[in-house]
Structure formats: C-alpha cells, structure tokens
Design a protein around this ligand. Structure first.
Ligand code: GLN
Length: 491
C-alpha cells in the first residue's frame, strides 16, 4: 500500500477510483477511513444510518472484483445515499417517523446502478421529511449543521448529502431535487451538484414526493466526479418507472474538456432583481466574467414568469404529495398507532403521529387544491402556468445555449431563522423552481464566498438532455478557479 491513508478523504472520486483500481489502497481501508470520519463527525447530523458490517461486506466484495480484474468504474468508492432512496442493506426513513426502521425488500434503481459500478454504500444521509424543505430542519430526527458554520443550515432537502460531502465524510453522495433540493444545498455547502433532465434517472425506489418533478442526481466536490456518478445513475428503466426516458445511458465525462469559445450564456433579468443579496450577486457576476474570459458570450434573456413559479410549485408539489403520501396509513408501511378504536381511527392516529408539521401542511394544501370546486381554480390553473414557464425557457433557448444565474437569493441562513415561517422558506426557492417545473437539467457550481465566508453557488440550466454541456461548463470553471478545492475550517 503506497497511499497515505490519513488523507484519503481529500481525494476526489476520480482519484480514489484510480488508486483503488491500481491497488494503491484497498476498498476495505477506504471504507474504514470514511466510516471513522463519519462516526467522529456525528454531531454534524449528516448521517441517519451507518452500519459498519454492511459497508465492510460491500468493500470486501469490491476488493475481490478488483483482484479478479472485473472492477466497475466506481469500484470501492464509498457513497452516501440520501435517505429517500430505498436500499436493502440499510433502513430507509425519508427523514420521517412514519418510516422509522423501515427496511425495503429491494434497492432503488439508482442505488443498484451505482452498486453495479462498484460503489460501496457508506450509509444513509439525513434529509427533510419526504424531501419537503429547504433547510433540513424538517427532518424528524435531527437538524444538519453546515460544515462552514455549525450555526447555519446546510440547505435542503438533501442537506445531509451536501454537508457530508463538504465535510469530506464521503467523496460523493446521491441527492434528489424536486424544486431545488440538489442545487440549493450544494450551493450552501460549497460543493457541486446536478439534477438531470426529468426522466433521465429512474425514480424506482425513490420515496415519492411530487412524482412529476422528483429527480435523482449526484453531489460531489467536482464536476468531473458528478459526471462519473451521473453516467452510472442514468438510463432507461421502462419496466419500473414509466416516466423514465428512452434515452440511452451516456458517458457524461466525454465532453468535459470542450472549449467554451462562442458559447452563448443567457442571463435572465428576473434572476438579478432586488431580492438578490449583494454578496451572492458579486460572486455570481465574477463567475460570469470568468466565463467571458473562457470565450463565452453573455446574452440578456427574460424568464417573465419566474415569480409565478413559487405559487405554481407550491400548488402542484403538495397536490402530488397528498396523493403519494396516502399510502402511509399504517397498513402496509412503517408506523402504526398503538391504540385505536376502529380502522378510521387507526388511519387518523397513525398519520397524526407519523407525519411532521410541514408534511401535514402540504397534505392539507394538496387535498384542498385537488378538491371538487377548487381543482379548476388552483390545480388546473397551476398546470397551465407550468406549461407557460416551460415555453418561456424554449423561447429563451432561441437566443442562448445555456442559462446562468444564482441558485438562491442569499447564502445559508442561521438555524431557526426561518423555521417558524414556511413562506419565507418557500420564497427562497425562487431561482430553482422554474427549471424543475420545466423538467430541465440544472446544476450548482461553487462560485466563491459571500457574507461571513459562506459559499455561493452558480446555477447553470440547460435545455433538455444537455447535462454533458452543463458538466463541461462547470469543469471549465473549475479548471480556472479553486473554490471547489477550499475546505471548511477544521476539515
Ligand atoms: N424546497 C422545496 C420544497 O420544500 C424543494 C424541495 C425538493 O426539491 N425536494 O418543496
């Protein structure tokens, strides 16, 4: 063994995979190193489940495949999974008491595909309950702290994933993004994350929040690593997810080196209004200048219905959630109330005990907007505007190749600062919701630091199936800047 195991956590996925393949370090050593880090940093709140034996068993199998010369692209690389993905080896809770201790009889497609490439599961990562939230404070189990400042939120709902990667407890993690839950925590924790086009990654085994919006994606320190993971995660899954696209798996690493000369980057006026904090704006502007130096050209564009994306999303997502969550009634999955008088009482008590406040709020909103008499006024209207928002993007893409702007209006806020005010949380989603509603791929790339040294992400939005271009752009920025290499103090 030539690798100094003390600094394994500083290696990227690409570097780690290369060292494992050439047997400079074993998968078991790598797993032990990261398990020790994850356990030492338990106060961060990033992990909901760790099972040393399960991880080490997978690592031993990885070492056997490396020895046999049958290693996959990610052989022996430890990965944390957002606890919204079901996994046979670990309990899957979706951050909810409703599913406390729940064991799935099967693996999510995304988990299985990463495992096929040799990834080793290091554990399950904390998240907002059923992925509803922007701060991870809606987790039923524990808040997650931002590694850059433990008094601040890591973002949400994939807050455990972002914090674990930023604190180097895992080289990469999975996340899901319904309205920004990969991009926003990536931005708040100074890492890289990509949500692919809706339908690129199978939703099979992803505990459903809003099915027409939910997408899985990778979170890692570099665009190069995200490309490696995304290549493994995507691909058709027609028998298990009817909305999975019939687009073949793709090697997203192939165009990382492409030149950006002549690339037209659309800058939506609506993303740079008065709601945008000046520190975020400064970092985003600097990143855009960097792109100009790399040969790209900035083109002003308009996404006129940006503001409407908030009411539209907060009608459609709760509507779908109210339907998806009806399966949690105490009969088939997870929690069932101890004492009840009859079946209806059992349903009521189970759901009252099992769901947290934000989930209940959304079930009520969703049930209301779908109810007879209000359906046309809210749900149907929201669907029509959703279509217009998607059309606005197509109009914009006539004059640009990609769109860039901030991920969120501010840097990560303080724990507790907005927890009593759900609407304040909803408003902070303004820049991520439009691409989600349109089903477009979106990405967050570290673009510098704002107030109190907190990270700022640049959002890149591509047209359908343009993930390779987004990753190429992010990689080129990372060749010219070093924000993605900076570490929080003490890491
Ligand atoms: N913050 C948004 C919400 O609360 C988005 C969450 C997500 O993408 N899962 O719904």
């Amino acid at each position: 063994m030539t690798q100094d195991t003390h600094s394994l956590h500083d290696l990227t996925v690409a570097q780690l995979a290369a060292q494992l393949r050439t047997r400079q370090v074993s998968a078991v050593e790598v797993a032990q190193h990261f398990l020790a880090r994850a356990q030492a940093q338990a106060s961060l709140g990033a992990f909901l489940a760790i099972d040393e034996e399960a991880t080490l068993t997978q690592a031993r199998q990885a070492d056997q495949r490396i020895a046999a010369g049958t290693a996959g692209a990610l052989e022996g690389v430890p990965i944390g999974h957002k606890d919204i993905f079901v996994d046979q080896a670990f309990a899957s809770t979706a951050g909810s008491r409703m599913l406390e201790g729940y064991r799935s009889p099967f693996d999510a497609t995304v988990v299985a595909r990463l495992a096929q490439q040799g990834a080793v599961t290091l554990g399950k990562l904390n998240c907002d309950e059923f992925a509803m939230g922007s701060s991870n404070e809606n987790s039923a189990f524990a808040p997650v702290h931002n590694p850059w400042d433990s008094q601040r939120i890591p973002g949400g709902s994939s807050g455990g994933s972002a914090a674990a990667v930023a604190a180097r407890l895992v080289p990469a993690a999975t996340g899901t993004d319904t309205g920004g839950s990969i991009r926003q925590p990536a931005s708040f924790c100074g890492i890289t994350g990509i949500k692919p086009t809706y339908g690129r990654a199978s939703r099979y085994g992803m505990i459903a929040f809003a099915s027409s919006l939910d997408q899985a994606g990778p979170m890692a320190r570099t665009a190069e690593d995200c490309a490696l993971l995304l290549s493994a995660m995507c691909g058709p899954d027609p028998d298990r997810d009817s909305t999975s696209l019939d687009t073949p798996a793709e090697d997203f690493s192939r165009s990382l080196q492409n030149s950006l000369k002549g690339l037209r980057i659309g800058i939506p006026t609506e993303f740079f209004g008065e709601g945008l904090a000046s520190d975020v704006r400064a970092a985003v502007d600097a990143a855009l200048k960097q792109y100009e130096q790399l040969g790209a050209q900035l083109v002003p564009i308009s996404l006129p219905r940006t503001e409407l994306s908030i009411p539209v999303y907060y009608i459609i997502a709760p509507a779908e959630a109210s339907s998806n969550l009806s399966r949690f009634d105490g009969v088939k999955f997870g929690h069932r109330a101890d004492k009840y008088t009859d079946l209806v009482d059992m349903y009521k008590k189970t759901r009252a005990e099992g769901f947290g406040d934000e989930v209940k709020r959304r079930i009520m909103i969703g049930t209301y907007v779908l109810s007879h008499g209000y359906y046309d006024a809210y749900y149907l209207q929201a669907q029509k505007i959703r279509r217009m928002i998607a059309d606005d993007f197509q109009q914009a893409f006539k004059s640009c190749d990609v769109i860039a702007g901030p991920v969120a209006p501010t840097v990560a806020w303080k724990l507790g600062e907005k927890s009593a005010d759900p609407v304040a949380n909803y408003l902070a989603d303004i820049f991520t919701l439009p691409a989600s509603l349109a089903g477009l791929p979106g990405m967050s790339v570290p673009a510098g630091f704002g107030q109190d040294g907190m990270p700022v992400g640049l959002q890149l939005i591509g047209n359908y199936l343009q993930e390779a271009r987004l990753l190429n752009m992010a990689h080129q920025l990372q060749q010219a800047t070093d924000f993605h290499t900076r570490k929080p103090r003490g890491v």
